[in-house]
Each structure stands twice: as C-alpha cells, then as structure tokens.
Design a protein around this ligand. Structure first.
Ligand code: AMP
Ligand code: MG
Length: 335
C-alpha cells in the first residue's frame, strides 16, 4: 500500500490523484492537526463500511464528516443556527466539531442511524488539499484500530493497518495530538460531548455558557455522544496520576517500584531533586501542555512496545487545553 509523503517533489500531483481515488471509493489515511484520520467519501457506502470494518469500530459509533469549504455545509445540515455560524467564524478551520441536524444527503451509516451529523473543517494544509481534491465530504474517524490510541504519525497508521487500506498520506506528526472538541448544537444549550483542541473557555468567550457534562461519561452515567460509552484505549501499563514526583516516595515505601516504569512529567523544574529517579525508568519531561499533548499517544504506544508495567503521570490543571489532556489520561487509567 503506497505511503505518500508531503516531502516528495511531485506531492501536489499525487495528492490530486489520491483525492480522485477517495471520491471513487478508496480508503485513505491522512494527517490533520488533531490526529490522523481514516477517510472515505460520504457518498461511497462500501468505503464507509470498510472504515468501520478495518478499525473494528462498532457500527453504532457515528463518524465525523470533514469538509474544506463552508459552502459544503448547506447540503449536509439545513439552516444552521446562528450560534453555529458564530463558532464556525471563530474556530474553523480548526479542532472543533459541531453536531447539527442532518439532511437526507447524509447516509445513515455515517451517523449510526441518528438524525444529527458531526461536521469539522480541519486546518492542516495537507488535509485541506486532499479534501479539496476529493471534492466530496469525507468521513474520517481516527486512523487507529479501535482500542488503540489515536494515530499521530503515518508510522502509527502503518503499524495498525499495513496493507488493509489503500493509501497513507504522510504529513509529519500531528501538531495537537489529541482529538477535536465535539460540541452538540441540537440541544437547547450547546453541550460539550468531548473536550479537545478548542477549550470550553475559548468557546464560552464566543457564545456564552455551555453545558459541560462530558465527565459523566467517564464515570459511567448515560452519555449523549455514542463514542463516549466505549472503553477508551488503556496501555498495558497501570496508569497512576500523581500531583508531584515526591509522591513516589510514598509508593516506594512498602514495595520496590518495578524497573519497567515510565514517568510523564510536566512542570518538572518545580520538583527537581526531590527524589532520585532510578536509571532504568523511562522519563518523559515536557515544558508545556502543547508539547505534552503532541506526544501523549506516541508515549502510550511506545510504553506498550517496550513492556512498561507502570506509568506515573503528573497531573496538569484541568482548565483550558489541560482539560482534554486529563480527559484522555483519566480514561486511559481506568481498567
Ligand atoms: P473519532 O472519529 O474516533 O475521533 O470519534 C468521533 C467522536 O464524535 C465519537 O465520540 C463520536 O461518538 C462522536 N460523534 C460523531 N458523530 C456524532 C453525532 N452525530 N452525535 C454525537 N456524537 C457524534
Ligand atoms: Mg477515535
């Protein structure tokens, strides 16, 4: 299966061709600013079926429809509310997915039989080029096997799918590294279904208070977003969320901490020298949330590959972008 890199000199011609194949029923993995997507034309039912099948994704978990132009909205959702237009104006292209009433054009397979459609316009230039070349809306869940962390590099996509999909477009590592924010605009007050690249604070600055209930889905109460009911990826390792590395002294008091341990630290400078970290441990240090989120899924995959048994994750503040990061880590820590 061909992997096409954005660094190839005839990339422009190639992506145009792949766009045509996508329109005609190919399944194509492509980079976005959040994570890699596994794309199929909204109008090619068997390609959409293949996306569900190769991922092992349950059919009742709907897909996000990706577009490159606001002109495409009209055929997918009838009369978007003013609040949608405001958000689109502020945050598109970018990591914000809006759930809106669907039109007849949107096939049931993409919405899992529901009457709403999730729409997003990615900002990644390669995603935009591909969508433009395809000329059709493209459904794309994250390009990973269900139950694995989302792919943030072309290598991750290859590791999960090999020859099972038609093309992989390599656009380098995804910049954000966590998925888009999903906001439901079909409820009386806009409702957060998944935290992500655009924060609650950013959204509320534009449209006022929103209903934030997504944490309920983590604690097992009924959920609105079908995807939230599925157990998310958890690495083989046990994940323990800590405030500070000094807490490790406590953990080490009664038992020897295993060699196969990883430490994920942000704000490390505050706690430097407070404990001696065993040389055999894998230590990942990040200076800010952007760097942490860009690397999080890669670290989870790497920890599985090298057989890490225990991960200590230093918690980050659950505001702004930190909310999305903590959401993913808390899900991953639940077994
Ligand atoms: P993924 O494509 O794997 O990043 O997941 C997409 C997320 O968007 C999942 O949590 C889906 O359940 C959610 N989603 C997609 N379409 C809809 C919709 N029409 N209504 C509510 N949630 C949706
Ligand atoms: Mg996913």
């Amino acid at each position: 299966m061909p992997i096409i890199s954005y660094q190839e000199k005839d990339f422009q011609q190639k992506i145009k061709k792949v766009g045509e194949y996508l329109q005609n029923g190919a399944v194509v993995a492509f980079p976005t600013e959040t994570v890699y997507g596994l794309g199929a034309s909204l109008f090619q039912e068997s390609a959409i079926q293949k996306v569900f099948q190769v991922k092992g994704r349950p059919n009742d978990n709907p897909l996000i429809v990706h577009i490159y132009s606001v002109d495409q909205i009209e055929e997918l959702t009838a009369r978007p509310p003013a609040v949608a237009l405001k958000l689109i104006d502020h945050f598109w292209p970018g990591p914000l997915t809006l759930v809106l009433p669907k039109t007849k054009v949107v096939p049931n397979i993409a919405t899992a039989g529901g009457q709403t459609v999730a729409l997003r316009m990615p900002s990644h230039p390669v995603a935009q080029q591909l969508l433009q070349a395809a000329e059709v809306p493209v459904v794309a869940p994250s390009a990973n096997l269900s139950g694995k962390p989302s792919a943030t590099t072309a290598q991750h996509v290859w590791d999960d799918f090999r020859d099972q999909i038609d093309y992989i477009i390599d656009g380098g590592p995804s910049q954000l590294g966590v998925e888009s924010t999903v906001l439901d605009l079909t409820t009386s007050q806009p409702t957060l279904l998944r935290s992500g690249g655009i924060s609650v604070e950013q959204i509320e600055t534009v449209i006022g208070p929103i209903n934030v209930s997504e944490r309920e889905s983590i604690t097992g109460t009924p959920v609105k977003s079908p995807g939230q009911k599925y157990r998310h990826y958890a690495p083989q390792a046990n994940i323990c969320i800590i405030d500070d590395v000094t807490e490790l002294k406590k953990h080490n008091a009664n038992q020897q901490l295993p060699d196969s341990t990883a430490l994920i630290l942000t704000n490390y400078s505050k706690t430097k020298d407070s404990i001696t970290i065993p040389a055999k441990w894998k230590v990942y240090r990040f200076s800010d949330l952007n760097e942490l989120s860009a690397n999080l899924y890669h670290i989870f995959r790497e920890c599985d590959r090298v057989g890490i048994k225990q991960i200590y994750f230093q918690k980050v503040e659950e505001s702004n972008f930190g909310r999305a990061i903590m959401d993913r880590v808390i899900r991953a820590s639940k077994k």
